[in-house]
Write a protein of this length. Structure first.
Length: 98
């Protein structure tokens, strides 16, 4: 009997999903960048996706909370009605309502 050997060795054993680049231009760009940088295509694609996410300006959760607090303070300030003295509703010369 032969000892049981796992079908994959190394990192491939942990990969569940695979992404296939079906766009010829995207595949060509990924290959060219991988050659230029000495990285694998997977590393190039992963790096590009991470940079894209950051470039989209998605605030991190603490920043998002701070942003919501700023918006709530601004809205609350708009909702507060300042008291208007009763004299402001009357014409000072005639004493009649305006």
């Amino acid at each position: 009997m032969y000892p049981k050997v796992p079908p994959y060795f190394g990192r491939e054993a942990f990969v569940k999903d695979q992404v296939h680049i079906r766009n010829a231009e995207a595949a060509q760009l990924a290959r060219a960048l991988a050659r230029q940088t000495g990285k694998t295509i997977s590393e190039v694609v992963l790096d590009a996706l991470r940079r894209y996410r950051v470039a989209q300006g998605q605030p991190s959760p603490p920043d998002r909370i701070a942003q919501w607090r700023r918006l709530l303070r601004r809205d609350r300030a708009r909702l507060i009605r300042h008291e208007v003295p009763i004299e402001a509703f009357y014409n000072p010369d005639t004493g009649l309502p305006e």
